[in-house]
Design a protein around this ligand. Sequence first.
Ligand code: CDP
Ligand code: MG
Length: 705
Amino acid sequence: KRSKRDMELELEMPMEGGGEQGRWEEERLKTASLSFGAKKEREKGLKAEREKYQLILEEDEIINFVSSAEQEQAALSQAEVQKQSIQEVRRSLPVFPYREDLLLAIQQHQILVIEGETGSGKTTQIPQFLMESGYNDGGMKIGCTQPRRVAAMSVAARVAQEVGVKLGNEVGYSIRFEDCTSERTVLKYMTDGIGLCLKVVVVIIDEAHERTLHTDILFGLIKDIARFRPDLKVLVASATLDTERFSCFFDDAPVFRIPGRRFPVDIFYTKAPEADYLEACVVSVLQIHVTQPPGDCLVFLTGQEEIETCCELLQERCRRLGSKISELLVLPIYANLPSDMQAKIFSPTPPGSRKVVVATNIAETSLTIDGIIYVIDPGFCKQKSYNARTGMESLIVTPCSRASANQRAGRAGRVAAGKCFRLYTAWAFKHEMEESTVPEIQRTNLGNVVLLLKSLGINDLIHFDFMDPPPHETLVLDIKYLLCFSLNISIFLYLSRYKCSEEVLTIAAMLSVNNSIFYRPKDKVVHADNARQNFVVPGGDHMVLLNVYTQWLESGYSTQWCYENFIQFRSMKRARDVREQLEGLMDRIEVEVCSSGGDIVPIRKAVTAGYFYHTARLSKGGYKTVKHQQTVYVHPNSSLFEEQPRWLIYHELVFTTKEFMRQVIEIDSSWLLEVAPHYYKNKELEDSSSKKMPRKQGKAKEELG
Ligand code: CDP
Ligand code: MG
């Protein structure tokens, strides 16, 4: 089936000037139709299309037009870029000519919104301008917040290189559980909390348009802080989206617009919907590769698994086509990718070959890869959604918004005129996609937010100054949830009763880096699964995690050991950090750290004490949660998938194809009355069948290891 598609390769590519061939429909979006460089006949072919999209054109006057001379020059300079010195590259960025105006505006206003096309140099250059003009004199510091860890790391590395210092010295980054800064650090890129000490003189809230949860909370906090710290400068940096909203929220703060230098991008839509967008991506990349002039290609997919599959299919087909095609470098980029692999996407493409970067949303606005001319956009993204009633958070693949789609297309027009292939119809774009993405705060479990705000001493959550307040109902329910969550402190109290804090600390730490422990590369699935199977011990997934950690500890925290056992070293390292922090906490609340000495019952009882409200009981064909009678299933990755014990505590519920319980541990229902007598009635916990003892009782008493 697939090879037949390969044969069709040459047939389907849109030709210059003809929008009507094959499966593509062409449209020149936005500025494109007004550019000076387009060919006459193409202009003619597109006229009708353009009239149809007149509205879109009008909405978008912010974008600047370029002359054909400029355009040609830029195309030339694309090849030259690699040879240019770092300083020359800096000077060539759109933000550079506005350096003085920008500094003046910052001087004059406490809060400034800065809007500029992705790749114009906001993230990498503005902090440097501030440093160069002495904002950090007298030991002051500049902070720049980033929604994504990969972006924080890679941008800090780039800026350190531009400034000419070692990463972690004057320029550093700090992401959760990884701090790459020192006493000397002046400029810090960070994802988590912002330690707004008095030393911070400028804070840049970057990628504001992403409207992540943390960004939204920061907005509220900073607005408040700025009132009593008139010396603090606040810069809100955003791509060209919705900046008026930011201005409005910050009491009409002025907006500084950096005019973009964007080249026209031709947009192609499929004439009919694609049944399999992954397959369509692969075919489209190959089509581009064999029919289109040089230029790198960027593909947007929703997550690691899709990306790995896509890369693999591409490599396999290139291998089959062999010397019939020129070299195609296939590079993935997603959040959990090891950092050396991440860096690869920025290395220049060797002459005669083409690079294709297969990315998550991360390449939409946070990371700019130079040299991209072609973009393939299936029109999907993974989105978190939350149901406050069931407490269920799910990650669902959904159509992305029109704003996202346009950002994606824009990636093709940064260095020269480009093309964007949308694997959906023009009709779907207009009628099926939302105008813009709903802010995360309105579709998330707010438990952690509430905790965070409380830890900052903010108790009046209902009146907190949110830019877009979360649904009232969610907030109230989450506060209720939290009250019972804070009973979770009881987990610590139970630790002293059950004498197994060593083990439970490890489990808690491992759970906090949830789902990124086991490494499962596509080409070694069997080995990886065998390795995982070898870690299975009785009791459930919590015990498996404990086992992994214990073995790693015994290996002397070895990297090699992780490698051999298909365990992600970075996640383990993080778990180790969390564990240390938790141990510190134990110390503060004076709970003795001790081990159960191999007995797994106390460990499981302690987990039960902490998560008693996450109980599920075996029922026909699956499980039912005890309080809400919701049907749920054991996740296929679980060590208890086949065993199906009668009573389970789950760590979390996720919805993928079904409602799955992730990380489950087997318990005895009588423990629930022991640890949470206020929550359960004897009657609720009676087994429906007459057989009293669950069959696994004997096994559960087995010793560890
Ligand atoms: O923040 P904004 O999107 O406005 O642009 P930026 O991230 O500051 O990017 C400016 C330039 O730095 C672009 O040409 C990027 O390709 C380059 N850059 C890079 O080469 N390596 C990185 N890790 C980050 C940015
Ligand atoms: Mg940026």
